[in-house]
Design a protein around this ligand. Structure first.
Ligand SMILES: Cc1cc2nc3c(=O)[nH]c(=O)nc-3n(C[C@H](O)[C@H](O)[C@H](O)COP(=O)(O)O)c2cc1C
Length: 177
């Protein structure tokens, strides 16, 4: 699949059927994620793979009852290792770079899932402390995204994007259009 086709064809999917996702497919997704750029190539990402139904249920509660998380055969939780980024870049590493890096990794994962015929959704609305407890995440590691992965049981919503002339600025911020 061409990269532009993947970028434009990917959609968030929030309903999954029961078809399983293999460990090899999950490894391929995480491999794609790990090829994202990162500040200083520090690669501050960590990935927690969750297949256990009880844990998925607890994650869905932490994610403000987004129950479709439980339907997905696999959930990947993307975490930022703030300590690793901090060692390289101090507070900018802790508060910015590791979040940008893991965001890029998450997007790679979503694009790879789409190219592999899988469905996924980036979930950012969750209670961090609750997610930490469920997954036993220590301090210094920040859960950034919960990504349910499976096969689609819905046709994803059509989405639009803001027109380019509303988001492009020439020379300075003030001048748009
Ligand atoms: C940082 C971030 C947080 C998001 N959180 C949620 C979420 O908690 N629940 C959800 O269903 N979708 C979530 N999404 C998915 C967006 O709603 C979705 O990407 C957006 O509506 C555009 O649709 P598309 O992904 O199909 O292009 C999130 C996306 C991002 C990037």
């Amino acid at each position: 699949m061409d990269v532009f086709e993947a970028i434009k064809g990917r959609r968030s999917v929030r309903a999954f059927n029961k078809k399983p996702v293999s460990s090899e497919e999950i490894t391929n997704l995480i491999d794609a994620a790990s090829w994202a750029p990162s500040a200083g190539n520090i690669q501050p990402w960590e990935f927690i793979i969750v297949r256990d139904t009880k844990m998925k249920r607890e994650l869905s509660t932490a994610a403000l009852d987004q129950t479709f998380i439980v339907e997905a055969p696999v959930v990947i939780v993307v975490c930022a290792n703030q300590m690793r980024s901090g060692r390289g870049y101090g507070s900018r590493g802790v508060n910015l770079y590791c979040l940008q890096d893991t965001g890029a990794a998450t997007q790679n994962m979503l694009l790879a899932a789409h190219a592999m015929g899988l469905a996924a959704c980036w979930i950012g609305a969750f209670q961090e402390e609750e997610a930490r407890k469920v997954l036993n995440i220590p301090s210094g590691i920040r859960p950034v995204a919960i990504v349910p992965v499976g096969h689609p049981a819905e046709k994803p919503m059509e989405r639009t994007r803001r027109p380019l002339n509303k988001i492009i600025h020439h020379e300075t911020f003030e001048s748009s259009e």
